[in-house]
Ligand binder design. Structure first.
Ligand SMILES: *[C@@H]1O[C@H](CO)[C@@H](O)[C@H](O)[C@H]1NC(C)=O
Ligand SMILES: *[C@@H]1O[C@H](CO)[C@@H](O)[C@H](O)[C@H]1NC(C)=O
Ligand SMILES: *[C@@H]1O[C@H](CO)[C@@H](O)[C@H](O)[C@H]1NC(C)=O
Length: 508
C-alpha cells in the first residue's frame, strides 16, 4: 500500500489548457466541507425528502462513510478535526462549546492541521464558521495556519444580518465586513470558496476548509426554496430542508469550479457534519438521541469522500472513523511523515481511499469530570457510564406530516429528552447488532462492561485539565464599535487559561 501511495503522490499531471501549460502539483488538493448540526436523516442520500441532488450524487459516486463519528457539539468537534486529538487531551471538555463571553480558545501550544499542511507547501484557505476562539487574534484562523479567512467566529449567527445578538460577526482576514447585510451566508461561503479555487495557483496544492453555518439555528432560508418543499406542520423542519438545498447548490458551485480548473482529478473532497441534528428541525432517524448527547444520533453523522484520488468508488465504507483521524489521514495523503506526531486518531487512508478496514477499534467518545464516567466504543460494543439523558428516537415530520403522537412541540421535547430520571447509569449496546440502541445489555455481559470500564479508567489517567475560564463582557460589541472583535484577552498555551487585558478598542 505504501508503494502505491508513493506512486500516486509523485505523479505529475501536465495538461495543455488555453495554450498555457498548467502543471498540477504532485500533492493532492484537499477540500474539507464541514456542515453544522446536520443529522443522519438530514441529507438526501439518507432521506428522499431532502433535496440535495449534488450531495447525493457525490456521495453515491464517491465513498459514503457509514461510521463517521464526531463529538456531540461544535467546538470540541472542530478542535478534534484541527488537532487530530480528543478534546479531553487538548484541555477541552468533550461536550461543551466555547461561549461568546468566555475568554478561551483552542490552546495556542497546539500546531493545527492547516499549519502542518502549510509547512508541506499547501495554500490554505478557510471560509465559514470558526468557533475555536477569538478573544486574542492568536486564536483566529489566519494566525493558526490559514492564508485567508472569510467567515465568522461565533455560533448561531443570523444568516442575513451576520449578527450575534446586536453585534456584527463577519470577517475577511483582520477586517470586519459591513456591506453584506441581507446576503444569505451559505452564498457568501460558497462564493468565497469558488473565488479561492478560481484564483488558485495550481502549481501549489490547495487546502480549502468550507465550514457552513447551515443547518444550525436560527432556521432561515430563502423563501422560494422553502416554498419548493411540501407544507408540513413543522415549520423549522421545512426550513432546515431548504437550508440543505442551498448548501447543495453551493457545493455544486464548488465542484464545478474544481472541474473547470482541472483540479478534481487531483482532489480529495471530504464532506462531514460536526455533530448530530437538533430535533425536530434536524433529524437523526433511525438513530437514537440528538446533538449534545452521546447516543448515536448525537455523534454518528453523515459523511462522504469524493474525487479523483479515490481508488474505489460507489461503495459504502464501513470502517470506524472519528474526527481525530482526519489530521493524520490527510497529512499522510499529503505525503507528510507523521511518525513523530502525537495524535489520538490514526491514518485511515484505507477507509477513505479504498473503502477498506479501519485502523482503529476504539473511540473514547467522552470522559466525564470524574473517573470512570464516560462513553467508549470498543469493537462493536459501546459502554456509557454515568448520568445520561434519557432521550428517544426521532420521527421525520416529512414522513408523518400529521403526527399521531402529540404536537410538534411534544416531539421536540421528546427529542430533547429529560434528565435521566430512571435512566440507567451503566448502559452497554452492541452497535453492530443494535445500531439504534434499544437493548441495554449491561447486566447480561458484565465482563464486557468491566473490560470497557477499565479502558475508560486508563484514559482518565492521562486526560488534560480544562483551564478555569473567565466569563466577561469585556469583548462585547459596544466596546468594539458594534463588532464582535478580538483583542480582549491573551490566549493561553499548554493548558494555561487565557487572561483578560485592558485594550483600547481597535475595530472600525
Ligand atoms: C450503515 O450502518 C448501519 C448500522 O450499522 C447499517 O444498518 C446499514 O446497513 C449500513 N448502511 C450501508 C449502506 O451499508
Ligand atoms: C451558485 O452559482 C450561481 C451562479 O454563479 C449563483 O447565482 C448562486 O448564487 C450560487 N449559489 C450559492 C449557494 O452560492
Ligand atoms: C480525469 O482523468 C481522466 C482519466 O485520465 C480523464 O478521462 C478525465 O477527463 C479527467 N477529468 C478531468 C476533469 O480532468
Amino acid at each position: 500500500m505504501a508503494g502505491r501511495l508513493v506512486t500516486l503522490l509523485t505523479i505529475v499531471v501536465i495538461c495543455m489548457c488555453n495554450d498555457s501549460v498548467l502543471t498540477q502539483p504532485s500533492k493532492p488538493n484537499i477540500v474539507m466541507i464541514l456542515l453544522d448540526d446536520v443529522g443522519w436523516n438530514d441529507v438526501g442520500w439518507n432521506n428522499k425528502h431532502i433535496k440535495t441532488p449534488t450531495l447525493t450524487k457525490l456521495a453515491n459516486d464517491g465513498l459514503i462513510l457509514n461510521q463517521s463519528y464526531t463529538q456531540p457539539v461544535c467546538s470540541p468537534s472542530r478542535a478534534s478535526l484541527m488537532t487530530g486529538r480528543y478534546p479531553h487531551n487538548v484541555y477541552m471538555d468533550d461536550s461543551t462549546p466555547l461561549g461568546r463571553d468566555a475568554a478561551e480558545g483552542l490552546d495556542l501550544g497546539l500546531e493545527l492541521l492547516p499549519q502542518k499542511l502549510k509547512k508541506a507547501g499547501y495554500s490554505t484557505h478557510a471560509t465559514g464558521k470558526w468557533h475555536l476562539g477569538f478573544c486574542d487574534w492568536k486564536y483566529t484562523p489566519t494566525e493558526r495556519g490559514f492564508d485567508s479567512f472569510y467567515g465568522h467566529y461565533l455560533a448561531s449567527n443570523d444568516y442575513y444580518t451576520h449578527k450575534s445578538g446586536r453585534g456584527l460577526d463577519l470577517w475577511f482576514n483582520r477586517q470586519s465586513v459591513k456591506d453584506k447585510d441581507g446576503v444569505y451566508d451559505t452564498n457568501l461561503w460558497s462564493d468565497r470558496a469558488v473565488d479561492v479555487i478560481e484564483n488558485h495557483d495550481v502549481t501549489n496544492p490547495l487546502f480549502l476548509y468550507v465550514a457552513y453555518n447551515a443547518a444550525h439555528s436560527p432556521y432561515q432560508a430563502p423563501q422560494d426554496v422553502i416554498n419548493s418543499y411540501p407544507p408540513i406542520a413543522d415549520k423549522d423542519r421545512r426550513t432546515l430542508a431548504a437550508m440543505m438545498s442551498v448548501v447543495d447548490e453551493g457545493v455544486a458551485n464548488i465542484t464545478k469550479a474544481l472541474e473547470k480548473k482541472n483540479m478534481m482529478n487531483n482532489t480529495l473532497l471530504v464532506l462531514l457534519s460536526d455533530n448530530g441534528g437538533v430535533p425536530s428541525a434536524g433529524n437523526n432517524w433511525p438513530l437514537r438521541g440528538r446533538k449534545g448527547g452521546f447516543y448515536e444520533g448525537g455523534i454518528r453523522t453523515p459523511g462522504f469522500v469524493y474525487g479523483g484520488l479515490l481508488r474505489r468508488k460507489g461503495v459504502v465504507a464501513q470502517g470506524l472513523m472519528h474526527l481525530s483521524d482526519w489530521a493524520p489521514t490527510l497529512l499522510t495523503i499529503a505525503g507528510v511523515d507523521i511518525s513523530d506526531e502525537t495524535f489520538d486518531g490514526s491514518d485511515q487512508t484505507r477507509v477513505v481511499l479504498d473503502g477498506g478496514a479501519s485502523t482503529r477499534t476504539d473511540i473514547i467518545h467522552y470522559l466525564a469530570s470524574s473517573s470512570p464516567g464516560g462513553v467508549i466504543r470498543s469493537g462493536d460494543w459501546k459502554l456509557i457510564i454515568g448520568k445520561s439523558r434519557q432521550v428517544g428516537w426521532d420521527e421525520d415530520p416529512f414522513d408523518n406530516p400529521t403526527p399521531t403522537k402529540g404536537s410538534s412541540k411534544d416531539r421536540r421535547q421528546a427529542g430533547q429528552g429529560r434528565p435521566a430520571t430512571g435512566g440507567d447509569r451503566i448502559q452497554l449496546y452492541n452497535i453492530k447488532e443494535d445500531p439504534t440502541e434499544k437493548s441495554n445489555l449491561a447486566s447480561q455481559y458484565p465482563s464486557i462492561v468491566r473490560r470497557l470500564r477499565s479502558k475508560l479508567i486508563t484514559a482518565h489517567k492521562t486526560k488534560t485539565a480544562v483551564p478555569e475560564v473567565v466569563t466577561t463582557t469585556a469583548g462585547h460589541p459596544p466596546i468594539f464599535k458594534g463588532v464582535w472583535s478580538p483583542g480582549w484577552c491573551v490566549g493561553g498555551s499548554n493548558g494555561e487559561a487565557a487572561t483578560l487585558v485592558n485594550t483600547d478598542p481597535v475595530v472600525g
